[in-house]
Design a protein around this ligand. Sequence first.
Ligand code: N01
Length: 532
Amino acid sequence: MTTELDALVIGAGFAGMYQLHCLRDRLGLNVKALEAGGGVGGTWYWNRYPGARCDSESHVYWYTFSEALMNEWEWSERYPGQAEIMRYLNFAADKLDLKKDISFNTRVTSARYDDAANRWHVGTENGESYSVKYLVTAVGCLSTANVPKFPGLENFKGDWYHTGQWPHEGVDFTGKRVGMIGTGSTGIQAAPVIAAQAKHLTVFQRTANYSVPARNAPLASEFKQYVKQNAKGIRAATRETLNGMAFKIEDRKAVETPAEERETLYEAAWERGGLQFRATFQDMMVSKEANDTAADFVKRKIRSIVKDPSVAALLSDIDHPYAAKRPPIDTDYFETYNRDNVTLVDVKSKPIVGISEHGIVTDDGEYPVDIIVFATGFDAMTGPMLRLNLTGRDGVALKDVWESGPRNYLGLQIAGFPNLFTITGPGSPSVLCNMPVAIEQHVDWISQCIEHMRDNGLETIEAKPEAVDQWVAEVNELANKTLLPQAKHSWYLGANIPGKPRVFMPYAGGMVRYRETCDDVAAKGYEGFALA
Ligand code: N01
């Protein structure tokens, strides 16, 4: 039995839920969402690891398309934790009555475009099949867990977990020796919480990382009141910044600021905490000299916090510009290395060679552990798309089209894949932006595009190959104007996955310019797209 629909949305996180709402309630389409998880939430459904918390401040991390939703919700902390975000997304799903049109525990395993019928045929792991005119992927950027293929893992006698596939019932670390691999945003959030419970935590660090204190705290009632009264103004502010946050990047340049004043400004930013540290100077991400001043400041902070000089040296031996990798923010991360039950192991000079029955084996020997935590990140951006097994016009597979890296137009459409839209795909600001802002812009654009097609009796929309060529060139050019590609081990570049093409994936031109470009394309009758 094949279910015929106007549209199908894959995923029911922030993006899929809003897309379902727009297509069903604004456009009146016959639409469903398919979700691999057992509930709504996407990234937040899976990432339940200890310490999981959002890096965007709560007053900008929500839907802003509905005043009713904004009026009725109140966040409790400066940064929302995973459990509170799940409560929020369930609140939104219930309020919009979305769950009745979402099939949970339903993983899409194939999607094939049928040229003759102009339909997408979508298959699921459970054997269901759908035939739809429009297919929208809302699969997230960081939803394909990367568990490095260490030999011997299958023989490990203890338990192991990837942070992005964390058990719903939680993990009890009491009395356990824990080995955690990875010091990205996730490992940096998890380490202090695991260390507080475990008998011993050994952190295996390959690339040392910067981190700035988050300074999380419960929100004061005055601030909650301020957010209620100014929700629309805050929303407007997030539409005017490069990264969808409510703070602006300062106009001043680090290289033109006297050293003493610079230090005072960094100190104030460190005390304020959070991603705003990156906004202290406007030249931080484009001038190595400017960036060095920030990098030097954070490295000195690390050395001042961590008491053991050899551990401090390892943690501050950072090989890339500040924020060229996604900059983590933390709660007591570096302080954690002052605990008696925490050890740092350098696996850059002595790499992990395998897993034994009883622990993690490096070039230096075996480290016995009871539990291994893989905080080893994701096959980011392209991974979630490729595992859908998409096949476009003439039976061409996406994996072949993207063999040398992702290629699309505006991060929204792939040539040869008509009527397929990708929310926050590679080539869009996505992970360089506060995600709900990026998501709402994409969903609005896609919904208006489908409305335009319906109102004009159009059957297909498809990115033109020459528009794709230009877009890919622009995405590269914009990235190369920044220091971002200089972090050689960054997942932005695909460098964390062996064999993955090294291509800088997100659009680095900023959300404001991107939004204008998308609006301009639509205003010019969807320039760069073939409509038929
Ligand atoms: O993953 P990562 P993540 N041997 O790829 C190491 C978002 N996020 O889950 O750098 C040894 O950043 C790897 O080492 P290296 C956020 O966008 C958001 O931490 O490749 N080590 C690195 O240290 C973030 O950027 C929040 O040398 C290995 C780590 O594992 C993104 O998710 C919270 C290894 C992976 O770091 C991903 O962060 C958390 C190996 N074979 C995450 N393979 C919010 O708060 C990998 N590593 C919103």
